[in-house]
Design a protein around this ligand. Structure first.
Ligand code: THG
Length: 367
């Protein structure tokens, strides 16, 4: 592919300088912002992520902030997950659905206070849907995109690195919870979360001006830990079954099709825009669902369009993300498979760009 022309529409991030100095080799575009995809090579980045610690510029995970007396009510209108027992200091993975029950986004929601929330979004323009609802229902809430940019610290040595910059107390943060920790006298939200299965943290950097100082502080402090710049890894996230909005699911899919039924309590989610539609479809159950699919043969090409999943002449699904896994010595992939073929270990074929390959459907991902 040719290069992408920079312009003001394609936003840089507070960490772009550090990303460039580390020798980023490729980007994708996410929420109209640059997201690194490769530093040394996808395979080298993968190995390093599993053995050391990486600092990720995930500023593309933009925040939609809800602030005001109706913030909690508005948040519940967006998702079929029951938020009534969610306490401040918690992160929740929340499917966001439209009035048909279709997925609009799959963000992490942070409850800062009863009247203040951040929705840390995947790649879709959620801000306008949320503003539309707030205004249409005349809610008493401000909705905007604050100057907050997540920086992720991921990998087995993440605790060691973070303790050196924020103090030992960061290690006490439990999974999907957050606390406030100071950097250069500024309180920042630090959560134990991130788009990998290797463990780690996300620092919600409030104020672009401290982006590079924090980047440098982490790189300095982690010299002997082999810290390096990294990014969400296309192999590791498929092994772990972490879904990518726009790739593995779209607004044509319900949360149940996406395997996100465990994050829905539709009956209890009173006010959710898609509640009636989801209650209707939940009665029947989904007819297709996300699955792990192992594709035989040597390394598959990049998956930049759907690959049909076939059972003989019949199309029974599609693969939407795929990669060669060095650890599992096979091609791992994520796809959507029809009910007739979604049982564990069902044999199918996948029509890749370089030909039909044998494949096996699994109910569980690799990690
Ligand atoms: N962190 C933050 N914002 C994000 C992402 C993130 N926004 C975009 C994108 N990632 C949203 N999608 C996901 C997908 C998966 C997870 C988080 C965000 C995730 N899932 C865990 C899992 O499936 O194992 C755990 C979910 C749970 O148990 O609650 O972490 O990564 N800030």
């Amino acid at each position: 592919m040719a290069l992408i022309s920079p312009s003001r529409r394609l936003r840089r991030t507070p960490f772009s300088e550090g990303v460039e100095a580390a020798g980023v080799k490729a980007y994708t575009v996410y929420n109209r912002m640059l997201l690194p995809t490769v530093f040394r090579s996808v395979e080298e980045d993968y190995r390093h992520l599993k053995e050391a610690v990486q600092v990720w510029d995930v500023a593309v995970e933009r925040q939609v902030e809800l602030r005001g007396p109706d913030a909690a009510r508005l948040m519940q209108m967006l998702t079929p997950r029951d938020l009534r027992r969610m306490l401040p200091g918690r992160c929740f993975y929340v499917p966001i659905v439209d009035e048909t029950g279709g997925m609009l986004n799959d963000p992490v929601a942070l409850k800062l206070a009863e009247d203040r929330w951040w929705i840390s979004i995947a790649d879709s323009d959620l801000l306008y849907w949320v503003k539309g609802i707030a205004n249409g229902y005349r809610l008493d809430v401000l909705v905007d995109e604050p100057d907050v940019s997540p920086l992720a610290v991921q990998g087995p040595k993440a605790d060691a690195l973070m303790a050196r910059v924020f103090g030992d107390a960061v290690c006490d943060i439990r999974f999907f919870r957050f606390g406030w920790f100071e950097f250069q006298g500024r309180p920042l939200v630090v959560a134990r979360s991130g788009y990998s299965k290797q463990g780690g943290f996300e620092i919600y950097v409030e104020g672009s001006d401290i982006g590079m100082p924090l980047w440098h502080a982490l790189m300095e402090a982690g010299r002997d830990l082999d810290v390096y710049a990294g990014c969400p890894n296309g192999i590791e996230r498929v092994e772990g079954g972490l879904l990518s909005y726009g790739n593995d699911m779209t607004d044509d899919n319900t949360p149940h099709e996406c395997g996100l039924g465990r994050f829905c309590d539709t009956q209890a989610a009173i006010g959710c825009m898609g509640r009636d539609a989801l209650l209707r479809v939940a009665k029947e159950g989904p007819i297709q669902q996300v699955r792990a699919i192992e594709i035989a043969g040597d390394k598959v090409p990049v998956c930049d369009r759907v690959w049909p999943v076939m059972a003989g002449e019949k199309r029974v699904g599609q693969v939407t993300s795929a990669a060669w896994s060095p650890d599992f010595r096979t091609n791992v992939s994520i796809g959507m498979v029809r009910m007739t073929h979604w049982d564990d270990r069902t044999a199918v074929q996948v029509a890749t760009p370089d030909g039909l390959r044998d494949a096996v459907v699994y109910e569980n991902f690799w990690t």
